[in-house]
Design a protein around this ligand. Structure first.
Ligand code: HEM
Length: 420
């Protein structure tokens, strides 16, 4: 007999409810599907007959689609921001603007005198003094523009988030818990700007390198903001109402998400310490699986976060573990039938059950697509990482590797969202 893929609690493990009750459950599921998430989030308005006609608030209908589209746009802008940030770092442009002026800093240098003033400030920085002594104004302009675009894009995200947010609030299209959640995301965005400056500031004194801890925190916060935006957007657009799977499968998808995030953060340490410039071989590191200077620093936590060999080794281990986990998980999920119309229908032994299962079919398709996307992206990402290492971190490839990390995270979030 084929195994059911639907949750055991619901239809498999325990005795089945009588047919009448099952019909009720199916109806309740259908009704739940018909509810828009905005209705679930926002407090429902009182019934019209309970209010006197003249006291009615202005008729503004909830606009979950517009709100979802706006949040998708913001998430896409954060995705792009991570890539711009990556190129800024890879071209060593991040320390070219030595001041933080959230408002007036939006205006670029307008004439020769402005450029000279900026260049002079840069010439006093440790990066110029110790690394770029021979740099002329033309070269300075290149690194300036990357950092400028990075900061400008951050401001633009702030505006693209805040202005529609106020508009939706004013029209009462966003309210209740959703409004608070979005306000929280906006606050995280503000914190991210400050965090970015805190990171840059670490490279403006003594050592012309930003701290790898601050780089990892800056990237980590970007991932969090991205994940929250995307999750909310998927929720509002009902990207999937959820394929019903065993809780083990759901928990495993969450664990995958954690593993991918850890691999990305380990990547930030590799990038922050320029650890991709050593041990440019794969799979061995100087002929050994574990590099010879692993554990050379004391105590262990300094070794984990300051030793370039250890940091690169951990990133490799986490990356291979991620790939292994995805390769094991996706076939498991698909074998259990999530997303397969045939399996669901074959398993449905009576009409009643068939009807209930058909209700969840549309949702399952997205689970299957997300799982397959995750599988491909994991393979691609590991290949990109190895190529980046072997070719000693060329800028375009390293930028692509960073984009791959974001794409992989997106697929894992999407997959987790599709399971319930
Ligand atoms: C699931 C797989 C992987 C993920 C999610 C991942 C993620 C990342 C991320 C996000 C960064 C850049 C962080 C930043 O710029 O702040 C990075 C850097 C790096 N990764 Fe990976 N990586 C993976 C696999 C690998 C593999 C298998 C290798 C090689 C064996 C590798 C080698 C590198 C190197 C050399 C860098 C530094 C590049 C630079 O300086 O920009 N990665 N990784």
């Amino acid at each position: 007999m084929h195994k059911m893929y639907v949750c055991k609690q619901g239809l498999g493990g325990k005795p089945r409810p009588p047919p009448g009750l099952r019909r009720l459950i199916a109806l309740a599921a259908a009704a739940r599907l018909a509810l828009s998430p905005a209705m679930v989030d926002a407090a429902p308005p009182p019934p019209p007959q309970a209010r006197p006609a003249q006291a009615r608030p202005p008729q503004v209908r909830p606009a979950p689609r517009a709100v979802a589209a706006w949040l998708y746009l913001c998430a896409a802008m954060v995705f792009a921001m991570v890539l711009i940030g990556g190129v800024t770092r890879l071209t060593e442009s991040g320390l070219s603007i030595v001041e933080w002026q959230p408002l007036v800093g939006a205006i670029p240098p307008l004439g020769e005198a402005d450029w000279q003033a900026l260049f002079q400030k840069y010439q006093a920085s440790p990066q110029f003094q110790q690394v770029n002594r021979g740099m002329d104004l033309a070269e300075f302009k290149t690194i300036f523009w990357w950092e400028y675009v990075h900061r400008l894009w951050g401001r633009l995200i702030g505006a693209v988030f805040l202005l529609p947010f106020l508009w939706f609030l004013l029209r009462r299209q966003v309210r209740g818990p959703l409004a608070w959640k979005l306000a929280g995301i906006f606050a995280l965005g503000g914190l991210q700007g400050a965090m970015g400056w805190y990171m840059v500031a670490s490279g403006l004194v003594d050592r012309p390198d930003v701290s790898q801890y601050r780089l990892a925190a800056h990237l980590g916060l970007a991932l969090l903001i991205y994940a929250l935006l995307l999750w909310q957007a998927m929720h509002l657009s009902r990207a999937s109402s959820g394929a019903i799977v065993e809780s083990r499968l759901r928990r495993a998808a969450t664990a995958l998400l954690v593993l991918i995030t850890m691999t990305i953060l380990a990547g930030a340490f590799v990038a922050g310490l320029d650890a991709g410039l050593i041990y440019n071989t794969f799979p061995l590191m100087e002929g050994r699986i574990v590099p010879p200077d692993y554990g050379a620093m004391q105590p262990w936590w300094r070794d984990w976060f300051d030793n370039r060999a250890t940091v690169q080794f951990h990133h490799r281990v986490l990356a291979i573990a991620t790939l292994g986990a995805v390769l094991a998980y996706v076939p498991w999920l698909l074998r259990k039938g999530a997303g397969s119309k045939e399996v669901v229908l074959r398993q449905a032994q009576d009409e009643e059950r068939k009807k209930a299962l058909i209700l969840s079919l549309s949702k399952d398709v997205s689970a299957r697509r997300a799982a397959i996307a995750l599988l491909h992206l994991a393979v691609l990402q590991v290949a990109l990482g190895i190529a980046t290492l072997l070719l000693v971190v060329p800028v375009p490839l390293a930028a692509l590797h960073q984009a791959g990390a974001m794409a992989l995270l997106t697929a894992a979030l999407w997959l987790r969202f599709t399971l319930r």
